[in-house]
Write a protein that binds this ligand. Structure first.
Ligand code: NAP
Length: 601
């Protein structure tokens, strides 16, 4: 039944809408906590749990400080930094320096090597610039090692290693007016100059731990999933965790990471106890190897077409063909229609939501043998309240005799002891405790998030300028900070395939840099008016609804149950979506007058 169909009512389908709403509300209320987003400990810089942030994958080699000058500095070597580097190469920039805290390119794919790690957005649309690099992933949903290796291949292809500074954190960014350059300082004693700086934000940057009392007392081995200790577990990202065969292992966290980790640990651990606070939405994934005949027949331009087709399907634009045709496109096709529904259609959308969640819950009942475990794994909240997960082995893992689900009724464990985890007065003894508890919110304050501040020509700090809300033009430039570019989620086009947004932003930034170079401009900045206009456009586009966000079970989507809707609207994306955003930027550039930009000679 389509949205708006007069028969699409709860009553017509025999459901009691009020009972469903009440159930969702009860489940939400169990989880709302007085400490909201403050319940977590962000491990970076924490004197007690700071060890959870250390890089277990590569030694930090000593090197001499760098004091030279480059044309473009890019901070961050995740997909955003990689794309910026590539686009700068394409416009002919000779000196591009990527600075990265991790030991290699890849960002999230550098840090997240846990067993089972894989992308669940189709890899043919997710991995950037496949045609340019000359690569086709081996599976529809590539696994982490392949993606990480692709990041390295990408960096080699665009010659980004040459000037890169890895295992290096920027500590300060300061404009030098006299020479019109940025002075970049780092924790390795570097102090180099850059004509242009591109700052990337990352999304899931700093691992966090739950603030469970006693967490520092545990005497067994414990680590966060983004810092996996293969020395302890054995095996690698593909599994075979041979050292766990005589170990009792606990996993806290059942988000997208927990869902991928649990089946792998379940295969190898002597015992696995999963401590669940909120069940995830787990839909089918149906991974499959790439068909060589399909790959061989791909015509030039295939990736762009597929990326745009995927985003169009997700946005509910109903293109003639759904090229990706997976759980994302099939489900979002219906849900994105919520954007345009009238108030009278809201109930229909709620029904579509409920019907979908019933399918998700029904699937659990069909896959999990023990009825009590199956019931505990059922998510009772609206579909768009949390990021959906996709996996074909997670739910089945709970049928194994060595796996126990401990449902904490929305509260999380009471304590961690020297020996294990305590729930409802019962201690579960463990040798190893794994935190799949996610990352600090992207709404962290700027300095905590980045570890540095940005000081413009008049000494103004960016954290100060943005203290009451972000202000940019297209998310990429902010007034008073010349030759400075930003790639983030804020005030730019939203996409389920984040790589699409990053690609659009990096192309846009490189076009502006090319224009500045062509004009021999000393600086390029934006006007205050252009910035104000864009902030108004972003706020007006926002679909953030206080009612919806408050009704959701807590997560980073709604600031753990405490949404500040005005700030969400301003510090949110341009909600019309990535395709309208991309068209808007293309039109803006195509006129050639670069409205709102100020080039000084
Ligand atoms: P997450 O989505 O933030 O999940 C954290 C988990 O830890 C949640 O289940 C949370 O429960 C649980 N938790 C937190 N505090 C707890 C406590 N005190 N007791 C018990 N449980 C607690 O983090 P994530 O799974 O690492 O995923 C982060 C993001 O990375 C995802 O949203 C996704 O965008 C991305 N990701 C993508 C993929 C992929 O493409 N396949 C894979 C992994 C991650 P509550 O729900 O109750 O808060």
């Amino acid at each position: 039944m389509a949205a708006g169909n007069p028969d699409s009512s709860w009553a017509a389908e025999g459901y009691d809408a009020e009972a469903v709403r009440r159930k969702y509300r009860e489940e939400r209320d169990k989880r709302v906590r007085a400490d909201g987003p403050d319940q977590y400990r962000v491990v970076a810089g924490d004197p007690v749990v700071g060890k959870y942030a250390e890089d277990p994958y590569a030694e930090r080699a000593e090197r001499a400080p760098v004091t030279d000058e480059v044309e473009v500095a890019v901070i961050g070597a995740g997909f955003a930094g990689m794309l910026l580097g590539a686009r700068m190469r394409q416009i002919g920039v000779e000196r591009v320096r990527v600075v990265e805290a991790g030991g290699d390119f890849g960002g999230t794919w550098y840090w997240n090597r846990y067993p089972g790690v894989a992308c669940d957005v189709e890899s043919y649309v997710y991995l950037p610039l496949l045609e340019e690099v000359g690569y086709v992933p081996t599976e529809k949903y590539a696994k982490g090692p392949e993606i990480f290796e692709y990041c390295r291949r990408f960096a080699r292809h665009f010659d980004l290693y040459r000037d890169a500074l890895l295992h290096t954190r920027v500590t300060d960014l300061r404009w030098n007016e006299e020479d019109a350059v940025w002075i970049v300082s780092t924790d390795r004693g570097d102090r180099f100059r850059a004509r242009y700086v591109c700052m990337t934000f990352g999304t899931f940057l700093h691992p966090k731990l739950p603030g469970i009392p006693g967490i520092e007392d545990f005497k067994g081995r414990s680590f966060h999933t983004s810092r996996w200790d293969f020395g302890y577990t054995g095996g690698d990202s593909y599994g075979n965790l041979e050292h766990l065969r005589d170990k009792r292992v606990g996993v806290i966290g059942s988000g997208a990471t927990g869902v991928q980790v649990v089946p792998m640990v379940a295969k190898d651990a002597k015992e696995l106890v999963v401590f669940q606070r909120t069940p995830a939405i787990v839909d089918v994934r149906e991974n499959r190897p790439t068909d060589p005949a399909w790959a061989a027949a791909l015509a030039p331009g295939w990736q762009r077409e597929r990326i745009e087709n995927f985003s169009a399907c997700i946005a509910g634009e109903s293109p003639e063909v759904d090229l990706v045709d997976d759980a994302w496109t099939r489900v979002f096709h219906n849900f994105r229609k919520t954007r345009s529904v009238t108030e009278s259609e809201a109930e229909t959308m709620e029904l579509i939501d409920f019907r979908h969640m019933e399918t998700i819950r029904g699937r659990i009942a069909g896959l999990v043998d023990d009825p009590a475990t199956a019931e505990a794994l059922k998510p009772y909240y609206r579909f768009l309240c949390k990021r959906p997960c996709f996996h074909d082995e997670y739910l089945q893992a709970f049928n194994r005799p060595n796996v126990t689900l401990v449902d904490t009724a929305g509260k999380g464990p009471d304590a961690v002891s020297e020996n294990g985890v305590v729930v409802g007065g019962k201690e579960y003894p463990l040798d190893c405790l794994i935190f799949a508890t996610g990352f600090a919110s992207i709404r962290q304050n700027l300095r905590d998030r980045l570890g540095y501040d940005v000081h413009g020509p008049n000494g103004q700090a960016l954290s100060d300028k943005w203290k009451d809300g972000i202000s940019t033009l297209f998310g990429t430039q902010t007034h008073g900070f010349p030759n400075f570019f930003i790639v983030s989620y804020f005030q730019s086009g939203i996409a389920s395939n984040q790589a699409h947004t990053l690609d659009v932003l990096s192309q846009h930034i490189s076009t502006v840099v090319r224009e500045a170079r062509d004009r021999n401009a000393r600086t390029v900045d934006i006007t205050e008016d252009a910035e104000d206009d864009w902030v108004r456009t972003v706020v007006a586009s926002s679909t953030a609804s206080a009612e919806f966000l408050e009704s959701c079970t807590p997560s980073y989507y709604n600031n753990e149950g405490r949404p500040n809707v005005a700030l969400f609207r301003r510090n949110g994306p341009y909600a019309a979506g990535i395709l309208p955003f991309s068209r808007l930027l293309e039109n803006w550039r195509s006129t050639g007058d670069y409205a709102g930009l100020v080039f000084t000679l």
